[in-house]
Write a protein that binds this ligand. Structure first.
Ligand SMILES: [Fe+2]
Length: 297
């Protein structure tokens, strides 16, 4: 694998919104280059989120984060995390500049490599950032790669992505929704209550509380085809969260070949982000408070 000099690549704000600047380079984490401010941002976000997440994030997530040796003291070194991660599930982290083109991303996952953005947000961006940074990727995504079942799910997703990419944009959209509503914004029913496992939630203080405690959003039982039809929000909290019973349920549901499912879904309308269907398993019907009527993607 070739490496190149680390640069900070951010999305450019244009009249079409944020347009990602893609680079496929894999880089060594420039650990010595992190400033005291970078480490302080990590420490502040880490401590704040851990406080919010005890009792809200899944036990698996919190235990895995501890087992990996992630602490607030300094930005973790990818090579040290990799020693633990490789031994646990055979996954490894690779450093990247930012968002990757879809096919590159899928290919990495299919080979049990998780791309982590090397740079961390600035102190002015603690609460909101339009794109993934080191905190989102490392704090949010990496711990569950220690879980053998979730680790397999992520690899299967990567393989599915390579396949969907070859099938076409509609298939890819169906699959992207699955990633969104599980890996990024998934909830899980534990014996002692509803918990968060999605990375987009665990790396956001506001959404960590909102997704579990607000009356506004729907909380619905996991349903693969329903999720693949459902539009979502990129600019606000989700209108709907889908709840799994276990990571095994996720793995089992996604084991079959999706090709016939994509063909079937191509005949059906998309479902708006906030809709509740008669066939849904409703854990909580959202009040819809504060929802904007447009803006689903
Ligand atoms: Fe993410």
């Amino acid at each position: 694998m070739t490496t190149s000099t680390p640069q900070r690549i951010e999305n450019q704000l244009t009249d079409k919104g944020y347009v990602p600047v893609y680079t496929t380079a894999v880089i060594e984490q420039p650990w010595e280059r992190y400033s005291a401010t970078d480490h302080a941002v990590w420490a502040q976000l880490f401590e704040r989120q851990r406080e919010v997440l005890v009792g809200r994030a899944s036990d698996e997530f919190l235990l895995a984060q501890d087992a990996m040796g992630m602490t607030p003291h300094a930005i973790p070194r990818f090579d040290e995390l990799n020693a633990v991660l490789r031994a646990a599930t055979g996954w490894e982290l690779i450093g990247v500049q930012g968002l990757l083109p879809e096919l590159d991303f899928f290919d990495h996952l299919a080979h049990r490599r998780f791309p982590v953005t090397w740079w961390i947000r600035s102190p002015e961006q603690l609460d909101y950032l339009a794109e993934p940074d080191l905190f989102h990727d490392l704090f949010g995504h990496v711990p569950l790669l220690m879980n053998p079942v979730f680790a397999d799910y992520m690899q299967a997703y990567g393989r599915g992505g390579v396949k969907a990419h070859a099938i076409g944009p509609d298939a890819l959209q169906n699959l992207t929704r699955l990633y969104w509503y599980t890996v990024e914004f998934g909830l899980i029913q534990q014996n002692d209550g509803l918990r968060i496992y999605g990375s987009g939630i665990v790396s956001s203080k506001g959404e960590s509380i909102h997704c579990l405690e607000s009356d506004a959003p729907n909380r619905l039982g996991f349903d693969l085809e329903r999720i693949m039809r459902t539009r979502y929000r990129i600019d606000t909290y989700q209108k709907t969260y889908f709840v799994i019973d276990s990571f095994e349920q996720l793995m089992d549901a996604t084991a079959p070949d999706f090709t016939p499912i994509y063909a079937k879904l191509a005949q059906l309308e998309s479902v708006p982000a906030g809709a509740v269907l008669p066939t849904d398993a409703v854990l909580h019907r959202g009040s819809g408070a504060g929802w904007l009527n447009d803006g689903d993607v």
